[in-house]
Design a protein around this ligand. Structure first.
Ligand code: ZN
Length: 327
């Protein structure tokens, strides 16, 4: 993505993670949503909203060319580490740890971050020590790639606009101060170490090394299956489900018709139970009585399938290719 001449490029813009897309689906498909899922949803969503609130501020800095990578997850020896926002400037690299936390935020004597809201305290690792451990790991990755001498700086950014931050620290700042702090940093690190082309090559290289966290699917226990809202939702009257009649899906409430309305439902199925589906599962999830209709719908997808006749399994992975999540 190239904007404003060549001054600013975002290599990897903030995107919903696969986990967030999955949790969005679960929010809609569970009849009674388990607490751990609803908590994970809150956390993932906060992470995404935090990342998304940064580029606006970064955009304002047009004086230096830089490359931005969001949610980069890299492998180092046997484990992975993730950096919320990595900004590659010619004279230094910046790691940002993004905290989208509401309430009163403080740091206790044991150097932990405390979030107080609604008479409940939550304790987190000190965000700068988190960022510093990412820095050490990133340094090793960069060494392997032959980039040794470039300084790496870390900042913690609080993106929730009404958070009450009770401490003052030049490297743990509310998002509104980011622009000012970045200007200071570009003055501090004023000696260019890499040229534009090296920066771009490195940005692309790091992006190619990104590894998405794999999804964990639901185990189809009786309890889980009973707790699912099945069917093809009418896009207008959700969670009202549509019925398959005369070769199309029809909503009995608003009259909306769409012969491809099962596609979003199949995407939901994938996020819930995994990449493959057979006829029986399709009938169960789409609320179809007819084995022939289900078969027709599945065959029409023109996707890879395995096995014969009754045990035919279809691979729905391709449905996720262009899927960006709930609006
Ligand atoms: Zn409707």
């Amino acid at each position: 993505m190239n904007r404003k001449g060549d001054d600013l490029l975002i290599v990897g813009p903030p995107q919903k993670t696969q986990q967030l897309l999955q949790l969005e689906v679960m929010q809609e498909r569970y009849l009674d949503i388990p607490q751990d899922i609803s908590e994970s949803f809150g956390r993932e969503l906060a992470g995404y909203l935090g990342e998304k609130s940064l580029p606006y501020f970064i955009d304002l800095i047009t004086t230096t060319s830089h490359y931005d990578l969001y949610g980069l997850r890299l492998k180092r020896s046997n484990h992975h580490f993730q950096i919320d926002g990595l900004f590659l400037f010619r004279s230094f690299f910046l790691i940002t740890e993004i905290k989208h936390l509401r309430g009163i935020l403080s740091v206790n004597e044991a150097q932990q971050l405390i979030q107080s809201k609604e008479s409940e305290d939550k304790v987190y690792q000190h965000p700068l020590s988190q960022a510093n451990s990412q820095k050490e790991q990133l340094r090793k990755v960069l060494e392997d790639l032959g980039f040794e001498s470039i300084p790496i700086y870390t900042l913690v950014i609080f993106t929730y606009d009404r958070a009450n931050i009770t401490f003052e620290h030049p490297d743990m700042i509310p998002v509104q101060q980011l622009l000012f702090r970045l200007k200071e940093l570009t003055r501090k690190f004023s000696d260019p170490r890499l040229d534009r082309n090296q920066l771009l090559q490195l940005g692309k290289k790091l992006l190619s090394m990104h590894r998405e966290r794999p999804l964990t699917f639901l185990q189809p226990s009786r309890e889980v299956l009973r707790n699912m809202k099945r069917g093809v939702f009418c896009p207008k009257c959700k969670p009202k489900v549509m019925k398959w009649t005369y070769g199309t899906w029809k909503c009995s409430k608003c009259g909306y018709k769409d012969k491809n309305a099962h596609l979003p439902a199949l995407i939901d199925f994938v996020f819930l139970f995994g990449y493959t589906i057979n006829n029986k599962q399709a009938r169960w999830f789409l609320l179809l009585d007819s084995i022939y209709t289900a078969s027709r719908i599945l065959r029409k997808l023109e996707v890879e399938s395995y096995g014969g006749n009754k045990n035919k399994t279809y691979n729905l992975r391709f449905l996720l290719n262009s899927y960006k999540g709930r609006p």
